[in-house]
Ligand binder design. Sequence first.
Ligand SMILES: Cc1ncc(COP(=O)(O)O)c(C=O)c1O
Length: 362
Amino acid sequence: MTHPARPWNFSAGPAALAPEVLAQAQRELLDWRGTGVSVMEVSHRGRDFMAMAEETEQDLRALMGIPDSYTVLFLQGGATQHFAQLAMNLAGPEDRADYVVTGHWSQKAVQEAMPYVNARVAASTEADGFRSVPTQFEVDPQAAYLHFTPNETIHGTEFHHLPESGDVPLVADMSSDILSRPLDVSKFGMIYAGAQKNIGPSGLVLLIVRDDLLRRPGRPMADIFRYARHAERDSMLNTPNTWGWYLAGLTFQWIAAQGGLEAIGARNQAKADALYAAIDGSGGFYTNTIDPTARSRMNVPFRLHDEALDATFLQASAEAGLMALKGHRALGGMRASIYNAMPMQGVQALIDFMGDFARRHG
Ligand SMILES: Cc1ncc(COP(=O)(O)O)c(C=O)c1O
């Protein structure tokens, strides 16, 4: 379903939501579940909201196949707050933790954790300009956890394999790739994700934490920072982001209606393959210099052969109904974020535009 006046939105985040989700939210805005008011105007402790929250968690568990030994939390603070908070919860003050650094966000994750844990960079691809992901490295067997960022939103790299961490629990910031393909949750100690790419609006963070990690003593801290306290209160220790939680629920239903993560994963692979093929086949007009074995299926950065054409490209693409293609300010160039809500039709519109632009300016 596409509204004719809506552009194809390639924003990295907050990113496009499925039009079906937005339309349902619009329909329910003035009267949610027969309450006569919106979901934002009812108590989170009331029967209707509690039922919606429970359904949303069950839908997510079914989609991702989350084992019973994991707790699902719907919290706040953005992924950034949890860079620090996860270190407070999963490690004691004397503990060590290992980090894999593959770009902007994993670098930030290690920096923010440093006040709370002896964080060590176990592997980094900084030397190659963050164009790859490490395949082999040594993990400290005593580390409280190994943190990595499966998809680097800005640099456009993605792990296509899981880092080997032995008995050390894997902790993954999946802000920009959660729900983009099937995943074996049992391989992880903890998964967390800011909602604003594949889940819903910003201001909501999803956490999936293995119960033994939840029981770790961490360090002395206020209840509001302690994951176990949030778990005891079903993510309602304080007033949750009710609107975000509701939209996440609609998005989970939408993913199920698309055929679940198998179907979504196949679609995402086909979209990424088509876009990279267009870039690689442009005779050097467009380039993506990421190691082909580590290219992101969600965020596709690319450059024009002549930077002087960037402004013209951005203006012409916007006029053609292709929105938010400007690359991150740290890297320049272009970036097309093609999360779940971007259909192949939108990617094809971009590919057609790029081909046409290259013919006119080549
Ligand atoms: C992989 C990744 N981690 C963390 C963040 C930071 O998220 P937030 O702004 O919600 O703190 C982002 C950006 O949205 C991201 O792409």
